[in-house]
Design a protein around this ligand. Structure first.
Ligand code: 8Y4
Length: 275
């Protein structure tokens, strides 16, 4: 089952990870089929627009969202992962923290595990090591339900960096090599606006770990807090943030609006680097 990140993706240039909208399906088989069909159409659009990765998740980590059972998560995610992996030449990323979902999704074609809980759930680290697929570990303070209540840091950049450094060591100890690890500061996950801005402003500091950097800022509330825009009006702000992240060395941008983000990234790439 082993897949090397370097064989999966060319990260010599930044790439876009498209976010697959996963509306919870109804209980009927009809509803599930419609959901799969809509998901495949959305995946096809993002593929056409230049996404190299599609992130498929079955759990909402938005503050206040109700937790999903393992069965529900499996039922939502596995058919979609399988359908996309079969049809399109791209990397299917599994957005999950649940070992059984990791195992089943990788079994049907997921090539990357994107875990907002950084493999901290019981059995997740061992499962990911055994599957030997690349993993993205993200920083989060607290738990999704309550993380935005009162996020506190002495120095957010140093603390997030310290967490990721320690977690990388723990992954290494479990048998996951650096070559298989991506890092993510976790914008919006237990962070105030000022914390998120500090992280974006100082994103280059994360280069010290010499691992690929993934960022997810698209449409997030930090952009709403600055612009006063509703979630469906945050595309310009999302592109500005993606541009700033790539200019500072982000390797993967998780985004809802793939075509626009691909263009924005091209500008950042051309103005980045030494000469
Ligand atoms: C509008 C749209 C408002 C989306 C909020 C949101 C990240 C992630 C998420 C991230 C990685 C989200 C699964 C939250 N964010 N994975 N996942 N990094 N690696 N919220 O930043 O998109 S879900």
């Amino acid at each position: 089952m082993k897949t090397l990140l370097s064989d999966l993706l060319d990260l010599s240039r930044p790439v876009v990870m498209g976010v697959l909208n996963s509306t919870p399906d109804s209980f009927s088989d009809g509803g599930r089929f419609l959901n799969l069909d809509a998901a495949l159409k959305h995946a096809e659009k993002m593929h056409r627009e230049g996404a190299k990765i599609i992130d498929v998740g079955g759990e909402s980590t938005r503050p206040g969202a109700e937790p999903v059972t393992e069965i529900e998560e499996l039922e939502r995610v596995v058919p979609i992962v399988e359908g996309i992996a079969k049809r399109f030449d791209l990397v299917v990323s599994l957005d999950s923290s649940t070992p059984a979902v990791m195992r089943e999704a990788v079994g049907v074609g997921a090539k990357l595990i994107n875990d907002v809980r950084a493999l901290t759930r019981p059995g997740a680290l061992q499962q990911a090591a055994e599957l030997d697929v690349p993993v993205c570990i993200m920083h989060m303070q607290g738990k999704p339900q309550t993380m935005q209540a009162r996020p506190i840091y002495h120095d957010v950049v140093n603390e997030v960096l310290g967490f990721l450094r320690q977690r990388v060591a723990e992954l290494n100890a479990a048998g996951i090599a650096n070559e298989q690890i991506l890092i993510d500061p976790g914008f919006g996950f237990g962070k105030s606006l000022q914390h998120n801005l500090q992280l974006l402003k100082h994103l280059t500091r994360f280069k010290v770990l010499t691992l690929p950097i993934l960022v997810g800022i698209s449409r997030k509330s930090m952009l709403g807090a600055i612009t006063g825009r509703a979630v469906d009006e945050r595309l310009p702000a999302s592109l500005a943030a993606a541009t700033l992240a790539v200019f500072q060395g982000a390797n993967i941008v998780r985004a809802h609006d793939v075509a626009e983000t691909v263009d924005a990234i091209k500008i950042a790439v051309e103005v980045s680097g030494v000469d």
